[in-house]
Design a protein around this ligand. Structure first.
Ligand SMILES: Cc1cc2nc3c(=O)[nH]c(=O)nc-3n(C[C@H](O)[C@H](O)[C@H](O)COP(=O)(O)OP(=O)(O)OC[C@H]3O[C@@H](n4cnc5c(N)ncnc54)[C@H](O)[C@@H]3O)c2cc1C
Length: 316
């Protein structure tokens, strides 16, 4: 086949949201890539995800019912190699996740595929064009792969909208011979801090514009009043004012709330990387040239403290 091959992810039997995001990214380039989209689920009980992965526009769901119950890099790597050999895709999409980092880059290197990790945008210009950060996130770079017949890209979770609908794509089982080489001992949950900002529908996000740690309680109260969750830009975490779990951006969390209200945040690329897919972005900044206004749906050039006082009064 030419076309796109998506590798879905599941953990503890649950399909991960990134799988549907990969499908939606694939749909955006499917026609240019050769017109066919296959989505593969790998692991014990892979077939149970076939319906959920058969989103509108998916042509076929491939299930690799590998012997391991949990993620195993050698089994996943062998499955990916088999799928690439059988399906001959032009483009392979994986999530830029801990699991996929365990086998995706190795397979790309072994097979001489074009490769980019942590991709935040995907386009097509006679071949895939991947956007990702460069120079420690200071610039965005666009990569193309003119010499490669097949390109493997790892897409950042949360950077693409999730695909919807069920087109009822046919499912096909694929046999893979691979033995696990590691033993799964158990899961230990990561501490998410007091709150998970990635799940919030409404984020009130504050930046260096608040200037003083003593101003924090005012915004914690405002967030409470408005029914919002408080998040921050990195300087507030670096200063030790707020925990890392509240940080939005490239080295923090990628968030996708219905509403993102940014007070006193300039909109550096590293911050935008974590919030630009929010449904509605409202920015308040005294500087009319602040880059945050380039992604904001509504912009207010004003002192954030005046706006905060007014909001507190309105929500009283
Ligand atoms: C490798 C790397 C990773 C990074 N990761 C992240 C990350 O994950 N998240 C992140 O946020 N940053 C990250 N950064 C830092 C990033 O480059 C910026 O420095 C940071 O986002 C700036 O935060 P800020 O917008 O709050 O502060 P500033 O850039 O200082 O902006 C403050 C803004 O507040 C406005 N302002 C000031 N006073 C008021 C007022 N009274 N009313 C209204 N507006 C006012 C100003 O006009 C200004 O636009 C990273 C940097 C690097 C190099």
């Amino acid at each position: 086949m030419s076309g796109v091959l998506v590798i879905a992810e599941s953990r503890r039997g649950e399909l991960r949201e990134v799988s549907l995001e990969l499908i939606s990214a694939a749909l955006g380039v499917k026609d240019d890539a050769g017109g066919r989209l296959a989505v593969a689920a790998i692991g014990a009980g892979a077939a149970q995800h076939a319906d959920a992965l058969g989103a509108d526009g998916v042509d076929e769901v491939l299930t690799v019912d590998a012997s391991t119950e949990h993620f195993e890099p050698h089994v996943h790597g062998a499955a990916l190699e088999t799928l690439i050999e059988q399906e001959q895709p032009t483009l392979v999409l994986l999530g830029h996740t801990i699991d996929s980092l365990g086998f995706g880059p190795a397979v790309a290197a072994r097979h001489g595929l074009g490769f980019a990790s942590d991709v935040t945008r995907l386009a097509w210009d006679e071949g895939p064009v991947a956007t990702r950060g460069g120079y420690g996130g200071k610039v965005e770079v666009e990569l193309d792969f003119p010499e490669r017949e097949c390109v493997l890209l790892m897409l950042r979770a949360g950077a693409f909208a999730a695909a919807e609908g069920s087109g009822g794509a046919a499912a096909r089982a694929v046999e893979v011979q691979a033995e696990p080489r590691t033993e799964h001992l158990g899961f230990r949950d990561v501490e998410t801090g007091d709150v998970d900002i990635t799940k919030a529908d409404f984020l009130l996000s504050i930046g260096r514009g608040i200037e003083d740690k003593d101003a924090l309680p005012q915004f914690e109260e405002l967030a409470d009043k408005m029914g919002a969750t408080l998040s921050v830009s990195r300087p507030l975490v670096d200063a030790g004012w707020m925990p890392n779990a509240r940080q939005v951006g490239q080295s923090g969390k990628t968030v996708k709330p219905k509403v993102y209200l940014a007070l006193g945040i300039s909109g550096a690329v590293q911050h935008l990387a974590g919030m630009q897919t929010a449904e509605t972005i409202i920015a308040v900044n005294t500087d009319p040239e602040a880059p945050i206004f380039s992604v904001a749906h509504y912009g207010v050039v004003a002192d954030l403290f005046d706006v905060a006082d007014e909001l507190a009064e309105q929500f009283e």
